[in-house]
Design a protein around this ligand. Sequence first.
Ligand code: PXG
Length: 301
Amino acid sequence: MELQIYIDGKWYPKSEAKISIFDHGLLYGDGVFEGIRAYEGLIFKLDDHLKRLWESAHTIMLKVPMEVKEMKAAIIETLKRNRLTDAYIRVVVTRGVGDLGLSPWLCKKATVFIITDKISLYPKSFYQKGLEIITVPTVRNLPEAVNPSIKSLNYLNNIMAKIEAKNGGCMEALMLNHQGYVAECTGDNVFMAKRTGKGSALKDFVLLTPPTYLGSLKGITRQAILEIAEKIKLPSEERVITRHDLFNADEVFLTGTAAEVIPVVKIDGRGIGDGIPGKITKLLLKHFHELTHKDGVCYTL
Ligand code: PXG
């Protein structure tokens, strides 16, 4: 059976799921989105994702043309129609169809579509061996220009960075903000762990991630990792981070809905820690896995 896609209250087979070329989401990247995951019939952090979607929409003065509970029902119905228990869920709200011209008021009503599909997981080797990343010349959008906290359909900033990483022979890019501080990667937040004490217990380390006001998305995986750290008594802090700090960290990893927790073992040619995925990264990934299979909005097919 063909994949069923939700568009504005109806479901269409993938080959017939189409939106207008006059949709401002396409013409101007005017819209917002979320990438969510379901694990064995549990939708992970659905409320947090929808809250972020509504907040992104509010900031760009886009009215989501439905209630949160209707959106939840539409997501679950789309999962059911596709008989998916483990899924990637993409929710998109665009400014809608309008005449040519930037003005959002040319669009009468927002377009909503929901794609649910099988997740294409990162290769296992990334988790076993770790990633090599590279700092790219394109700096992260200035919060005073397009705030990276808005999960908008304008991803050119990140796409440029992705291209530059590939040109430099890496899969992922480290993006700095305009002041040269570490911001995030193209679709993931960045963390580092540094030993502070003499021992090797969790209390002898600190987990650091840049504050989001420096220019990153308020990642939901990022938040979950900070909460796990608190629970397992691993000291953690939001702190300004430089490339020098990352180069000299004991461990570095990335977090995101798709990647979950992925170790980084080399940055700009410098090996990180022992050059292999570290124990804190592995421990946090284990706890994160447990959380994704325990917590969430439950549905049955
Ligand atoms: N930074 C950026 C720029 C992102 O786009 C994250 C960090 C991680 O946030 P979450 O909330 O996922 O922990 C993201 C997330 C996709 C896709 O299909 C993109 C994301 C998430 C899921 C799917 O491109 N970006």
